[in-house]
Design a protein around this ligand. Structure first.
Ligand code: ATP
Ligand code: MG
Length: 140
């Protein structure tokens, strides 16, 4: 297996409840290393273009609104099979369907306010990491 990177965002519902440390504990327990971190507040433009792929979906406006409603923690995770591994650690999009012990099972409020984002493919991980971080921030 080769080392891979993925993008994680701890969403506003979680930062508002001070869950970033608890979520990062679960990430590390899952065998993933946090190699870069930015604490930020997304603008409407940033959230809108980050979630551009969902533009035609009925929840797009709500999603952009939610993602700009408070601070987020944007992180690059690294490990073996990181994309799939992190999606396993997050659990299903809908917390009602998320496996016990996953981040979303334990912390998500609902399908929208679901505490975390994770890239869904290696290709998208590269695009999403590039959206928030430049090469110099990822060196080393
Ligand atoms: P993410 O991309 O955030 O990691 P995901 O890949 O599990 O989540 P997507 O289908 O990509 O799920 O949806 C992106 C985000 O849009 C979800 O995480 C959630 O916050 C929101 N979302 C998805 N489906 C719904 C819905 N039916 N109603 C409201 N919000 C939704
Ligand atoms: Mg997704």
């Amino acid at each position: 297996m080769v080392k891979q990177r993925t993008l994680s965002i701890i969403k506003p519902d979680a930062t508002k409840r001070n869950l970033a440390d608890a979520i990062n504990t679960k990430i590390k327990e899952g065998g993933l290393n946090i190699v870069a971190r930015k604490d930020m507040q997304l603008t409407q433009d940033q959230a809108g273009s980050f979630y551009e792929v969902h533009k035609e979906r009925p929840f797009y406006g709500e999603l952009v609104e939610f993602m700009t409603s408070g601070p987020v923690v944007v992180q690059v995770l690294e490990g073996e099979d990181a994309v799939a591994k992190y999606r396993e650690v997050m659990g299903d999009t809908d917390p009602a369907n998320a496996a016990p012990g996953t981040i979303r099972a334990e912390y998500a409020e609902n399908i929208g306010a679901n505490s975390v984002h994770g890239s869904d493919s290696e290709e998208n991980a590269k695009i999403e990491i590039g959206f928030f971080f430049d090469e110099t921030e990822l060196a080393g």
